[in-house]
Design a binder for this molecule. Structure first.
Ligand code: AMP
Length: 486
């Protein structure tokens, strides 16, 4: 069993000089006090262990304090993307039935109209300010729920992912050891805090090691470049890296004090990896995970960080590749399945859906992948994004990697589009000043004929979600009629 996150917070707070947030600065001792006040406020508002607290707020420090106050009381933390409209948020209210919804003042009326008990975040903070900092933490078990995070769900209704305290603690423990976090680290935090990456991976690594953070309300390249000289670690999604590369201010000097750049949540193209190394001298460490499983694999801290791969399973986490008949030999491509203390407890109020996603105790991620001879895992794309053309499987990631290497291609997304002869046709959406026919011709040296896109569509930009993930369902919908009528 791993040490609970709150025990680690208390350990860090014992040293009055230990800094949690560089800006202020805010000490761990102050953070512990603040979480105690908020925990007392939640009890005063009659929230009890197992109740859900929905938080929909713009990124600010209080989001993290409230997350920790929920962990202290046993109230289940349910963060929601502030980009969602009131109508989109309605689903979380009816599905999770939170005892309290906390939100920015501008959203209070909208959520209240849906029948929720709502409080503005500043009001909750004012209530907390009137409470004592001492809080008598009740006992919690490792299997108790810490949080419910809703999947971004590009198809169908979004599902509530139930995460336990041990899910979070075991993952933090593994990542801190693997990525060598210490109390001396300063993490540059520019990720959203409603998603596993910014909320758990980044924040828990810092808490678990007693490190500190430079906390940015959003990702702004200029602000990140200004802060980088004071940071030792940065975590980002691939779009952070491509946007920083587009800024002439990104230099070796700016990155001189950073010991580790980490990327995840979406594929980092080998081309970006190479460009970053040329510009800064750093090999970005790519890792792989998902809301349901926390982090699954990581490239090594020491040893080769192989571009285009997501590395090896974390200590304590098992990964297998399967086909319809079961586990496949090393090297073969198939479905990625995961087992370990990182894997979630199930989908909220969906026991049947949960059972469908597990096979013999292994969680079926929905991603396709293959291990190379060195034990590095490559992600080949979501199973539902696999293109089957004329009966042959085309893994979008392979075609995208070939496209991204071509001069002038800034980004690419490969999809399957209904086709009268082939069932599906491979179609490439690319961003950049390129001629579609030149692109197709250039791919002929690199890929077998059936993998070459039948059509290359040049776009201004790719549709992406808040984590920078390309929305392939949206692209498929937009281009569904491309080959209609022959
Ligand atoms: P989410 O639950 O929103 O974090 O999404 C998880 C999904 O993001 C995974 O199932 C993968 O499809 C994708 N993903 C996360 N990290 C990577 C990565 N390093 N490379 C490719 N895909 C990734």
């Amino acid at each position: 069993m791993s040490t609970d996150i709150i025990a680690k917070l208390k350990q860090a707070a014992e040293n009055p000089r230990r800094v949690w947030l560089q800006d202020g600065p805010v000490s761990y001792a102050a953070l512990l006090d603040q979480t105690g006040r908020l925990a007392n406020a939640l009890l005063a508002l009659e929230l009890r262990k197992g109740d859900r607290l929905l938080l929909q707020a713009e990124k600010c420090e209080a989001v993290l304090s409230l997350y920790l106050a929920c962990l202290r009381t046993g109230v289940i933390f349910l963060p929601v993307n502030p980009g969602y409209t009131v109508a989109e948020t309605a689903h979380f209210l009816t599905d999770a039935e939170p005892a309290l919804a906390v939100t920015d003042p501008a959203r209070v009326a909208g959520l209240a109209a849906l029948g929720a008990r709502v409080m503005a975040l500043p009001e909750l903070l004012a209530t907390a300010a009137g409470q004592g900092a001492a809080f008598d933490d009740p006992d919690h078990g490792p299997d108790d729920l810490a949080a419910i995070l809703y999947t971004s769900g590009t198809t169908g209704r979004s599902k509530g992912v139930m995460l336990t305290r041990e899910n979070l603690a075991s993952n933090a423990e593994a990542l801190v050891a693997l990525w060598r976090f210490t109390g001396g680290d300063v993490l540059l935090h520019a990720l959203p805090v409603f998603h596993t990456h910014g909320l758990f991976v980044a924040t828990n690594c810092v808490l678990y090691s007693g490190a500190s953070m430079i906390f940015h309300p959003a990702f702004q390249p200029a602000a990140v470049l200004a802060a980088l000289p004071k940071a030792t670690v940065m975590m980002g999604v691939p779009t952070f890296y491509t946007r920083l590369l587009a800024d002439p201010g990104l230099t070796r000097e700016v990155c001189a004090g950073v010991r580790l750049f980490i990327s995840g949540s979406a594929p980092l193209s080998p081309a970006t990896h190479a460009e970053w190394r040329d510009r800064t001298g750093h090999a970005i460490l790519e890792r792989y995970g998902m809301t349901e499983t926390n982090m699954i694999t990581s490239n090594p801290y020491e040893g080769e960080r192989k571009a285009g791969t997501v590395g090896m399973p974390l200590p304590g986490v098992e990964v297998r590749i399967t086909g319809p008949e079961g586990a496949l030999p090393q090297g073969e491509a198939g479905a990625i399945e995961v087992r370990g203390p990182n894997v979630f407890k199930g989908y909220w109020r969906l026991p049947e859906k949960t059972a469908e996603e597990f096979r013999d105790g292994w969680f079926v991620t929905g991603d396709m992948g293959a291990f190379d001879a060195g034990g590095y895992l490559s992600i080949l794309g979501r199973e539902k994004d696999l293109v089957i053309t004329g009966g042959l499987n085309v893994y979008p990631a392979e075609v995208e990697a070939a496209l991204d290497e071509l001069p002038g291609v800034a980004a690419s997304a490969v999809i399957g589009v209904p086709h009268p002869d082939f069932g599906e046709a491979v179609v490439a959406c690319v961003v950049g000043g390129v001629d579609p026919e030149v692109v197709r011709a250039a791919l002929r040296d690199r890929l077998a004929g059936f993998k070459i896109p039948k059509r290359v569509i040049v776009l201004e930009e790719l549709p992406r979600n808040a984590m920078g993930k390309v929305q392939k369902a949206e692209l498929r919908r937009l281009h569904a009629g491309l080959f209609a009528g022959g």
